[in-house]
Design a protein around this ligand. Structure first.
Ligand code: FEO
Length: 396
């Protein structure tokens, strides 16, 4: 994507990664690709806010070069160390001999531990101001949203917030703004991003949003480091973040299971029937066949989770084990859960799933249900009743 002027003298110079399908070491599937956004602010002084992933450095440099010669850059604002935003710095820095890098103290440390270069670095903290000419930039530290170094950059004259990862989406689009793309897809991708990256950080996010609201800074535009820019109504994504961070949920159940010979799948189906009979919405996933990123997105707004697995070597099956490892890390406090599964001569999966999530904040709402080999009529009735009871608990 070529450079685009998003406000007078402010250019989007980042790149679109149309073909990336896995992110964060295969913890996140990016079916719609992504973008690495970088913003060039041309004033009496010139600042570049964030760079891009390393392999796209030539495209970033070309985009900058269409606006100004890169050696005119005075400042590079490093909102976040993670390589999808700083990876191009080793290629960009030699082209900007007078550029000073600005970031938090943790950013200085993190950049050094990534690239081992002694760039001219100025530490900034919340409230610091950098005058560029007609415009200024101010900084808001945002530790753990989502790394210790994270920071937001704000331009008061344009009422423009550049919060790096926050409010982003892994959504490649030739259209740059929220009012130009399908609003349902946009919110789906924003929710997916929050669920899979920010879910465990709800308390920190709420506190930071309140802090920014107390600063009473007007925000006309939010330009994140991934996906499209929010200009139509930035409060829409801010309010969505508040709701997700508070853990607001719907009366909805996600059933996620793995089955060896189909018995646990039969149990899952009957449990679903039981939940549905109580008027509660259900989403059901065979986790070995499903996109984990999508399942987690559904779980963000679900009040109840039901996890099932056949027993194998006195334990759960490997795909559900890997999935629950992810769920454990999200610390989904306040959610109701239940466990089920079929076994042969000895059980173990139900106990092991419960153990894995013991300290995750999930509450086991009803005792688990197991069945030996293939469920008969009585076992299927027990599963149905398990679903009914779980849904009733959820509605309390
Ligand atoms: Fe988009 Fe935390 O990097």
């Amino acid at each position: 994507m070529a450079a685009v002027e998003i406000l007078p003298g402010i250019y989007s110079v980042g790149v679109t990664d149309w073909n990336v399908r896995n992110f964060h070491g295969h913890t996140y599937t990016t079916q719609r690709g992504t973008s690495y956004n970088s913003y060039l602010i041309v004033d009496e002084k010139i600042a570049l806010v964030d760079t891009v992933s390393g392999k796209f450095a030539p495209e970033l440099i070309e985009n900058i070069g269409k606006i100004i010669p890169p050696d005119k850059i005075d400042y590079i604002i490093a909102n976040h160390v993670e390589p999808d935003h700083s990876g191009a710095m080793p290629a960009v820095m030699p082209l900007c001999p007078r550029a000073k890098v600005l970031g938090t103290a943790k950013c200085r440390e993190g950049l050094y531990r990534h690239y081992y270069r002694d760039w001219d670095f100025q530490e900034v903290k919340t409230g610091d101001e950098l005058r560029l000419g007609k415009r200024a930039l101010t900084f808001i530290q945002a530790p753990m949203i989502h790394w210790p170094d994270s920071m937001f950059t704000y331009c008061p004259q344009e009422e423009l917030l550049m919060p790096n990862d926050a409010f982003g989406q892994h959504f490649a689009s030739s259209l740059l703004f929220d009012d130009q793309v399908d609003p349902c897809i946009l919110m789906e991708e924003a929710k997916k991003y929050y669920a899979n990256i920010l879910w465990p950080l709800g308390a920190v996010i709420l506190k930071k949003i309140r802090e920014v609201q107390e600063l009473k800074i007007p925000i006309k535009m939010i330009a994140p480091s991934h996906g499209v820019i929010w200009r139509k109504d930035p409060s829409k994504i801010i309010n969505a973040y508040i709701s997700w961070a508070k853990g607001e949920t719907e009366n909805k159940v996600v059933v996620a299971y793995e089955t060896m010979w189909g018995s646990t799948a039969k149990m899952a189906q009957m449990i679903l029937e039981g939940v549905v009979s109580e008027g509660v919405e259900v989403k059901l996933y065979d986790i070995a066949q499903s996109d984990r990123t999508d399942v987690i997105t559904q779980m963000l707004s679900a009040r109840g989770f039901l996890f099932g697995s056949s027993t194998h070597d006195n334990d759960m099956l490997p795909n559900i084990a890997a999935f629950l490892e992810l769920v454990k890390g999200f610390k989904p406090a306040g959610r109701q859960a239940g466990f089920f599964g079929s076994c042969g001569w000895a059980g173990g999966a139900v106990k092991e799933m419960r153990e894995m999530l013991k300290y995750s904040g999930i509450n086991e709402a009803v005792p688990g249900v197991s069945c030996q080999y293939v469920p008969d009529e009585a076992a299927l009735e027990e599963c149905f009743n398990f679903g009914v009871k779980f849904a009733q608990e959820l509605k309390k």
